[in-house]
Write a protein that binds this ligand. Structure first.
Ligand SMILES: [Zn+2]
Length: 227
């Protein structure tokens, strides 16, 4: 057993106090207090999304979505995941006028916004390309929503930092972008068809880095557009 003098005991506890302070500070940050955010893990169930041998887009989307949820909750946001397991949402669609499993699945995701009076909608996907060279995260937004553009710009900027990229957020006409009435962005995390990026997308550490960048993008959006 080692006996520490009073002075040494005090010095020994300084790093511990500092660490506790830093951790509690980052864990209890209330920047997103009062915000309700839908985090949509793309695809699920019978719909695998893009796939390559040994890798299904829907699984990567869910893994990253869960990390984003946990991370956003550290900033006191209320977060609703569109799915927490490997399932599709077509049976959850309340609008009987919408036909077809695929459209009903997407409509059910959009319905979550009204159901939870959400402030923001983030949809998470992973991409494929005919070229194995295609790589990097891409963020999409609906042309008619200026707030969605601001959100997408901040997300793209934060994700670019992971790969020292200079990409700009892009307009697109995807269902969840077009139909949502709150600021919405759709993120393609990277390319399953790029051998190096495929390994990264399967790596829990890189998945965490992606989630961290997404949360940073959301924080920057709110810091630059206080409402
Ligand atoms: Zn997808």
């Amino acid at each position: 057993m080692i006996f520490l003098s009073k002075k040494n005991l005090f010095l020994a506890f300084i790093p511990l106090f500092l660490l506790t302070f830093l951790v509690s500070n980052s864990m209890n940050d209330d920047t997103l207090s009062g915000k309700v955010i839908i985090v949509d893990a793309g695809h699920g169930g019978v719909d695998s999304g893009a796939n390559r041998p040994g890798i299904l887009e829907k699984d990567i989307n869910l893994a990253v979505a869960i990390l984003v949820k946990n991370n956003l909750e550290h900033h006191q946001a209320k977060v609703i995941l569109s799915r927490t397991v490997d399932s599709d949402l077509s049976d959850d669609c309340d609008n009987q006028l919408i036909q077809g499993r695929w459209r009903r699945d997407l409509a059910a995701r959009v319905e979550l916004v009204e159901e939870h009076q959400a402030d923001l909608f983030i949809s998470i996907h992973a991409n494929v390309s005919p070229s194995p060279k295609s790589q990097g995260a891409e963020v999409f937004y609906a042309a008619q929503s200026s707030q969605s553009k601001l959100l997408a710009d901040q997300l793209q900027k934060a994700l670019n930092a992971l790969k020292k990229a200079t990409r700009k957020a892009t307009k697109a006409d995807y269902f969840v972008l077009r139909r949502n009435t709150v600021p919405t962005a759709l993120i393609e995390l990277g390319y399953l068809t790029n051998p190096k990026e495929k390994e990264l997308l399967l790596d829990p550490h890189y998945q965490y880095e992606l989630s961290d960048a997404i949360v940073q993008g959301i924080l920057n959006y709110y810091m630059n557009n206080p409402s």
